[in-house]
Ligand binder design. Structure first.
Ligand code: ATP
Ligand code: MG
Length: 580
């Protein structure tokens, strides 16, 4: 490709709404263009990268035995109504109507459609297992589209679905997909980690997220400094007894009301009462957000003041679709607790009290008295009712590893892929059954596996850049080489560059040739911004039969012979791309 003919327009200015470096750089490099909030045009250079990522995905999925299908984007409502997700999916689903007022949505995901396909065609265990996938456009009306392609509303996803006759078959396929994902992200040149993930209200044993480590990532993750444990904080656990120790025997002293004017926060109270934070019992008030006459459920959650409450864990435990805080002006009426000075004593008798396991590790603790400016000390578990104990704590940096003697470290990641054992949720809802070896009818077991294609591309930029621009990993770079002709008016330089351009193309090197009649500095700036991994500059050493060779992140170029260019470039590319 000749730069002079390419549809590329770079800019110096950062776009106003870009908060993270990859978004800024993709916009400045003219690789993506915003059409509307969360809706982007993929420009020619980015498209080359996207196609490479898709091909890597395709090769790995195919070699894991998955078969590609293409499902529609516009999906009829009836399937979603069958599983109940027409209502449950919420406002991320874009609903539309045709001219006959029939309802559809623009597919945010495809479990319903694929399960419908399979229920019509698979009848016997002999047809199982099977894995189907597609690379296709999704639409999710995200509440906060941001960071360019990272959290877009319209985006490309590779979604795969596996169908099995037994848990063992699912385990095998899950492992195959896990391995395929590792290959995919490695081949894309990404530094990633696999974490245990929250598997949502469906529960189930396995869900893993593939995280590209980046400070700008939206997900907090923890990993052990000694073993291979690593998890999304939504799911992470620790050893509470190593932090809090075992509960001491209650002192036997009676609960006593204490005047604690103004001490409404854990820190204030800890100072005021001269009690360690772990001995303060925090209380929080949640609801499923429904109206009082429409299935509203309110709950109270308790946790030691040493920890933060993990709302995802609570939401999953309660199996709520929504988990919201009860508005503070309604807390007293609905729960019997006084906000700011709330505690588990004398709550409304019918309210559920869910306590974090940490409460079992403390004794003679302090709770709110449910009365303004008062707390109660010397409280123990025998003084109030707990409906259930469970793990509700938010694991943090420096907490002990749940698996070994190591310590957890906290970092941030971008979720580029997610694999998930679904079980029979969708097959049961849609009646996708098969006849097993013993002639019995059973629901098909399923797994699902997603990769955000645009998010993967942008994560590569987030991880590979410097002050001057992008530095694409070789396997997904739009071009391998940028050939820069320094002086268009110098015949020798021009002839040499033209010749090198033709030679590289003939040798299968993907090369963009900057033949524009522009100043050298201008061309170098563009080459850096676009992030092409190898730069070959044809300039004043042509007379000596030499050109400059520079890797994108190298400080200085080196001189190489004109005749060596093709071999050196090919070797460099081969080093970094498997199978070239
Ligand atoms: P997130 O927690 O980031 O919203 P999710 O759990 O909704 O992700 P999945 O439904 O598991 O995502 O989708 C599979 C993959 O699709 C994700 O791992 C991610 O790479 C990609 N993806 C999801 N939502 C978006 C989006 N709004 N923009 C770009 N890619 C997305
Ligand atoms: Mg989402």
């Amino acid at each position: 490709m000749r730069f002079s003919q390419a549809f590329i327009r770079t800019t110096k200015e950062d776009p106003g709404d870009a908060e993270i470096i990859s978004h800024k750089l993709l916009m400045r490099a003219g690789m993506i263009r915003k059409l509307a909030s969360g809706i982007y045009i993929i420009m020619p250079l980015a498209n080359l990268t996207i196609k490479k990522i898709e091909n890597i995905i395709r090769t790995e999925m195919n070699s894991a035995g998955a078969q590609e299908v293409i499902m529609p984007c516009v999906l009829p409502a009836n399937l979603w109504k069958e599983t109940g997700r027409w209502e449950v999916y919420g406002s991320e689903m874009l609903k539309i109507k045709d001219r006959a007022e029939r309802e559809y949505c623009f597919g945010p995901t495809h479990e319903e459609v694929i399960t419908d396909l399979v229920r019509r065609d698979i009848k016997s265990y002999k047809q199982l297992p099977v894995i189907l996938y597609q690379i296709q456009t999704k639409f999710r009306d995200e509440i906060r589209p941001r960071f360019g392609l990272m959290r877009a509303r319209e985006f490309t996803m590779k979604d795969a679905y596996s169908f099995e006759a037994s848990q063992e078959q699912l385990d095998v396929n899950y492992k195959k997909m896990h391995a395929a994902y590792c290959n995919i992200f490695k081949r894309c040149g990404l530094k990633y980690t696999v974490v245990e993930a929250d598997s949502g209200a469906i529960g189930g044993s396995s869900s893993n997220e593939f995280m590209v480590i980046a400070p700008s990532g939206e997900d907090a993750i923890v990993y052990c400094d000694k073993c291979d444990y690593s998890a999304n904080v939504e799911k992470a656990t620790t050893k509470i007894d190593k932090i809090l120790g075992q509960a001491e025997k209650p002192s036997g002293e009676k609960p006593e009301k204490i005047h604690t004017p103004g001490a409404a926060t854990i820190d204030d109270l800890s100072k005021f009462m001269k009690v360690p934070k772990k001995k303060l019992c925090k209380i929080l008030f949640f609801t499923n957000g429904k109206a009082a006459n429409d299935g509203r459920e309110d709950v109270v959650a308790l946790i030691s003041g040493e920890f933060e409450l993990n709302e995802i864990k609570l939401k999953n435990y309660l199996n709520f679709i929504n988990l919201e805080l009860i508005p503070s002006e309604e807390v007293q009426k609905r729960t019997g607790a006084y906000p700011g000075f709330g505690g588990p004593l004398n709550l409304n008798p019918n309210i559920r009290v869910i306590a974090d396991n940490s409460i079992k590790h403390i004794s003679d603790f302090v709770v709110g008295a449910n009365e303004k400016d008062y707390h109660v000390k010397n409280v123990n578990l025998s003084d109030f009712k707990v409906t259930d104990f469970t793990d509700l704590m938010m694991v943090d940096d420096s907490h002990p590893c749940p698996k070994c003697e190591g310590t957890l470290k906290k970092t941030r990641g971008i979720e580029v892929g997610h694999i998930f054992k679904l079980g029979t949720k969708y097959s049961t809802a849609l009646g996708a059954n098969f006849i097993d070896e013993n002639g019995q009818e059973k629901p098909i077991i399923m797994g699902c596996y997603g990769i955000g294609v645009g998010r993967t591309m942008q994560s590569a930029v987030e991880q590979n850049n410097d002050d001057n621009g992008i530095a694409w990993p070789m396997p997904i770079a739009p071009f391998h080489v940028i050939l820069v002709l320094l002086n268009c008016n110098d015949e020798a330089q021009k002839n040499c560059a033209e010749e090198l351009y033709e030679k590289m193309k003939a040798a299968g090197v993907e090369v963009i040739y900057d033949d524009r009649n522009e100043k050298p500095g201008f061309k170098f700036k563009d080459a850096d911004l676009l992030g092409i991994p190898i730069r070959i500059t044809v300039g004043r050493y042509v007379g000596e039969g030499k050109v400059e060779f520079k890797r994108r992140l190298a400080k200085e170029p080196t001189l190489i012979g004109v005749n060596e260019v093709v071999d050196i470039v090919k070797a460099e590319i081969a080093k970094e791309i498997r199978g070239l």
